[in-house]
Design a protein around this ligand. Structure first.
Ligand code: UGA
Length: 432
């Protein structure tokens, strides 16, 4: 099938590349010319394991194209995917201006039946607004249908998730359009779940909000474990054996970050507020997460008294491993607090995200190697559980540091191992 995808962020690019891999003729459209040139050459603008290889393969096979022109991309497309960003506004609501621009452009360009598929995460009701906007602009020139097809990919494992996802949700008010989207996705072999449009929109928000709730819940339990002498990892493992609870997303740590959970939880609180429903549970989830991101600094202050002139090796800048994305990462809040406390920061991330210079306070020294970050440090803060940190040569690290004090925000080491390495080890939800 011939498909156009507008927006080449994580969602749009991964979707486009994977749809071309299963045999479709895909044109990805982005306004950024430099980015389009790069992608045409088979280079992904984002770090995502396995993506470059698939891009190159499908460009060579003549199935994957990139352009800045909507007109060129939409030409003969049977389906147009909207995958542009919906960044949060100051008040937490989703900014839909990019989505609306695409809707107008679709209205201006289509001239035969087209299925418009919304991949971007949009508040309940937005697809109907998109439908109205296209109807108003297309003036009967062509028929079209709207389908909500939310995305459940995780950054860092997005390619794998595209081929092995748990479900594909198709929300539609016309079975013909739903059938087109089901056909497009058939080669993935993933179970399809059909709903109405509003329910599909809600499934996306409810899923992210629920996963965020699991994380904040286990983080609250971890605080109790520390006070009562229990071990949160054993507690999570024991809880997770109950199939109704499930073992995933029960890893205690310094909270969730990224471009999705913080944004979508805030947006859902707003969406609820708009219909006069106070989503108190979700508000608490957000509060717990904000508190959690400050935990390592609190622990370090309790240990050292003052952090004035202390040198902190800050390990990990991305919001999770296998990505260069730093949006809403705990590393930002932690460095701001450390700077306020008068500490010096030597930061290192294996991928050295481009966003670092822009998102971190200027006082932060960005190091090229792990060794540079550790040299003469009074303590280590582990922010991201990169495999490199889990495999760290601790005796070497201890030698480089002034004192081997570790504050581990991701429980990278077992307590037994930390003790055997002779370090002072503070982690989350476990006795040190
Ligand atoms: C999340 C969802 O998992 C995807 O299903 C969804 O498609 C995506 O948002 C989206 O809305 O686009 P992502 O943000 O890539 O994916 O990352 P996750 O793997 O879910 O991790 C989010 C954060 O939670 C990370 O900071 C991670 O460290 C943290 N986390 C995760 C925990 O603290 N504990 C856990 O047990 C799991």
């Amino acid at each position: 099938m011939k498909i156009a995808i507008v927006g080449t962020g994580y969602v749009g690019l991964v979707t486009g590349v994977c749809l071309s891999e299963i045999g479709h003729q895909v044109t990805c459209i982005d306004v950024d010319e430099a980015k389009v040139d790069k992608m045409r050459a088979g280079v992904s603008p984002i770090y995502e394991p396995g993506l470059d290889e698939l891009m190159q393969k499908n460009i060579e096979a003549g199935r994957l194209f990139f352009t800045t022109s909507h007109q060129e991309g939409f030409q003969d497309a049977e389906a147009i995917y909207i995958a542009v960003g919906t960044p949060p506004r100051e008040d937490g609501t989703a900014n839909l201006s990019y989505v609306e621009e695409v809707a107008k452009s679709i209205a201006a360009h289509i001239d035969s039946y087209t299925v418009v598929v919304t991949k971007s995460t949009v508040p309940v009701g937005t697809n109907y607004r998109i439908k109205e906007m296209i109807s108003a602009g297309v003036e009967g020139r062509a028929l079209f249908d709207i389908v909500s097809n939310p995305e459940f990919l995780r950054e860092g494992t997005a390619v794998q998730d595209a081929f092995q996802g748990d479900r594909i949700v198709i929300g539609s008010d016309n079975p013909k359009a739903a059938q087109v989207v089901e056909e497009i996705n058939k080669p993935f072999g993933i179970p399809v779940y059909h709903t109405d449009i509003s329910s599909a929109e809600m499934i996306k928000y409810a899923s992210n909000a629920f996963l965020a709730t699991k994380i904040s819940f286990i983080n609250e339990i971890s605080a109790l474990c520390e006070k009562l002498g229990a071990n949160v990892e054993d507690v999570a493992a024991g809880m997770g054996m109950d199939k109704r609870i499930g073992s995933q997303f029960l890893r205690a740590g310094i909270g969730y970050g990224g471009s999705c959970f913080p944004k979508d939880t805030k947006a859902l609180v707003q969406i609820a507020g708009n219909v006069e429903h106070e989503f108190d549970l979700l508000k608490s989830v957000i509060q717990v997460n904000n508190k959690q991101q400050q935990l390592l600094v609190d622990k370090a202050k309790a240990r050292f008294g003052s952090l004035e002139d202390k040198t902190v090796a800050l390990l990990g800048l991305a919001f999770k491993p296998q990505t260069d994305d730093m949006r809403e990462s705990a590393s930002i809040v932690v460095s701001q607090q450390l700077v306020q406390e008068g500490a010096r920061i030597q930061a290192f991330d294996p991928i050295q995200p481009e966003m670092a210079a822009q998102l971190l306070p200027p006082e932060v020294a960005l190091c090229q190697t792990l060794k540079d970050a550790l040299t003469n440090a009074d303590c280590v803060f582990i922010i991201t559980d990169w495999p490199e940190f889990k495999k760290m040569d601790i005796p070497m690290a201890s030698q480089l540091m002034k004192s081997p004090v570790f504050f581990d925000g991701r429980n990278c080491f077992s307590l037994e191992y930390a003790v055997s390495q002779g370090i002072e080890y503070h982690s989350i939800g476990r006795e040190s």
